[in-house]
Design a protein around this ligand. Structure first.
Ligand SMILES: C[S@@+](CC[C@H](N)C(=O)[O-])C[C@H]1O[C@@H](n2cnc3c(N)ncnc32)[C@H](O)[C@@H]1O
Length: 312
């Protein structure tokens, strides 16, 4: 039994054992995204961070326990980082309800069974917070749409983010990505297209490993040509005017008590907070009415057609 558990943890960590050697050089906490995540943690004092990697986004003012299956990633956690357990999301070695909150940042798309992992988070914590991309929106990003269509199939093969939210009764809110995002994830350089020509930038994202070297070579060559000829700017130049963009990043938050019934009052409270945040940014109100029947129905319509049009 112990051997089986160890081999499942090894298998979960295998991808990042192979591609994660330089992870901490490019991937780090972006303070603006962190503010969204930490706000969603509410008043939680004890926090479990699953798929914790090198420790990005772990709140400094709470008692954090990390879960990370890859030894290569665990080895890059800085000195003084939260204690880290070698485990995987689908089988968390913790008792029911023993954390105030469980968080996962850009991790559950790697889990063998994301719904089982999310339900485990719900089991061990009173609140669940997940930062993730809406995989139905992945083709809206110019890099995928114009250069890397190979990635569409891989992204769509997973359960949709709305299905994952529905499985744990989570509310879903959009998180804008700043133009100078400090965390080098796949979408991070949406306004800095030259960055994708650098191998070190590409190595920080698993997307390139997923599409393989041939697609990568072709995409990089085409992008490089378009940047020289001006074709990229013709198609996407409007992006250079934006300070932040709605690219399909979402924050999933469960607002009800552990394993409890859907809590409409708390959901409304949280969505109203998000709504005000958006209005303050001059995006207009996405509105909260009619969004409380089913979390899967929650989408912020002004941005539904393309990630790059804003009505600012
Ligand atoms: C893109 S990294 C994100 C790391 C960190 N959360 C961050 O924001 O930098 C994805 C992480 O999920 C971990 N992971 C993969 N499968 C997992 C599983 N089944 N359970 C928990 N973590 C897993 C990987 O090892 C990797 O460290």
């Amino acid at each position: 039994m112990l051997c089986l558990v160890a081999s499942e943890i090894r298998a979960a960590g295998a991808l990042y054992d192979a591609i994660g050697l330089q992870y901490s050089a490019q991937r780090r906490t972006d303070p603006r995204i962190a503010a969204w995540i930490w706000q969603a943690l509410g008043d939680a004092k004890t926090v479990l961070n699953i798929g914790a990697g090198t420790g990005s986004y772990e709140p400094p003012d709470r008692e954090v326990t990390a879960v990370e299956p890859s030894p290569v990633m665990r080895a890059q956690r800085p000195q003084g980082a939260a204690p880290c357990v070698a485990a995987r999301a689908e089988a968390l070695p913790f008792a029911d309800g023993c954390f105030d909150a469980a968080m996962a940042v850009l991790s559950d798309h790697h889990w063998q069974d994301p719904v089982a992992g999310l339900r485990e988070m719900r089991r061990v914590a009173k609140r669940v917070v997940v930062f993730q991309w809406d995989n139905t929106r992945i083709g809206d990003f110019w890099l995928v749409r114009e250069y890397l269509p190979e990635f569409l199939g891989a992204a769509r093969a997973r359960p949709t983010l709305a299905e994952r939210a529905e499985a744990i009764g989570a509310a879903m809110a959009p998180v804008p990505i700043p133009w100078d995002c400090q965390d080098g994830f796949f979408h991070s350089h949406w306004r800095r297209p030259d960055a994708y020509l650098q191998p070190s930038v590409r190595r920080a994202s698993s997307v390139w490993a997923a599409v393989g070297p041939e697609a990568e070579r072709r995409a990089v060559r085409a992008l490089s040509d378009d940047l020289v000829s001006g074709a990229w700017h013709e198609r996407n130049g409007a992006l250079l005017e934006l300070d932040e963009a709605e690219l399909g990043a979402r924050l999933l938050t469960t607002v009800g008590p552990t394993m409890g019934a859907w809590d409409r009052a708390r959901a409304l409270e949280w969505l109203t907070e998000v709504d005000q945040n958006w209005q303050t940014r001059g995006y207009g109100s996405p509105g909260t009415n009619g969004r409380l029947e089913s979390p899967a129905a929650w989408e912020w319509r002004p941005y539904a057609t393309t990630c790059f049009t804003t009505d600012r």
